[in-house]
Write a protein that binds this ligand. Sequence first.
Ligand code: DAU
Length: 297
Amino acid sequence: MEHEPRYSFVHGDICDEQVVESAVAGADAIVNFAAETHVDRSISGPQDFIRTDVLGTHVLLEAVRRHGIPRYLQVSTDEVYGSVVEGSFIETDPLCPSSPYSASKAGADMLVLAYRTTFGLPVLITRSSNNYGPYQYPEKMIPLFITNALDGQPLPVYGDGRNVRDWIHVQDNCAALDLVLRQGDEGQIYNVGGGNEIENLTLTHTILQALGLGEDLIRFVADRPGHDLRYSVDCSKLRALGWQPQVPVGEGMAATVAWYRDNRPWWEKIKSGEWRRYYEVQYRELHEPDSEAAPDR
Ligand code: DAU
């Protein structure tokens, strides 16, 4: 990819108007993947999320306006709808975000839609469910649990582990975004879900089994404040464009576990840097003397 003549990388801040200005000139399309994404970090420090996710989106929208960019795709999240006990959200459902992260993404979505209504910008929005696969930063549950397990470290399950997430392989998500970018209707929102709703505790067992490890590594820790119980999105609108997920979750998870097992140098480097300071503060409970015992649940 890096060797493609059409590829260039500009290292800059999405909130820096000058950098954005020079990067987007002449573009056929902008896809905004830039975001602060981790819910726990948004609880310990919301400010970066408002800045990058909301203000950064605003900088991009202004650039789209000024340069007359013909297509703008905002990469959003199923978390903007909030939690749902039964059924699945459709694109016209009201937004009800629970965390500073999801509120910042919902705010950005609103801004994108307002720029469509007010200025007629050629925007699209995708709202994806939980991604998994290779190269995921090990703050997210799956890479954190796999790499901790590989190191014989505890797997910190929040609350009672009954929360449900809908897992989608990153390749399926990217295929959906590519399709929406090329064939989606301007001004429209498209949900992107893997159709694999799994309780966290079940997924934890799957990871341990794939590595041939026992349940003794599981630690129930204090729940995430405002932890949404279940996310679920209806993807009929996206499927009508011709998309369907290609990676069966069993195969995808097994390949993902194998990837982290075989690519230790990649994540070891990350886990020795900024990540470690974050982990020690976020998971302080794991290092406290009587954290071994699972509370009554
Ligand atoms: O739903 C899409 C969203 O998925 C994206 O918009 C977010 O950027 C992405 O971070 C992800 O959000 P989640 O909060 O669902 O992902 P996370 O990997 O942090 O957590 C998945 C589930 O696992 C969630 O119910 C919380 C739980 N969990 C997570 C961590 C990090 C634990 O039980 N223990 C943990 O240590």
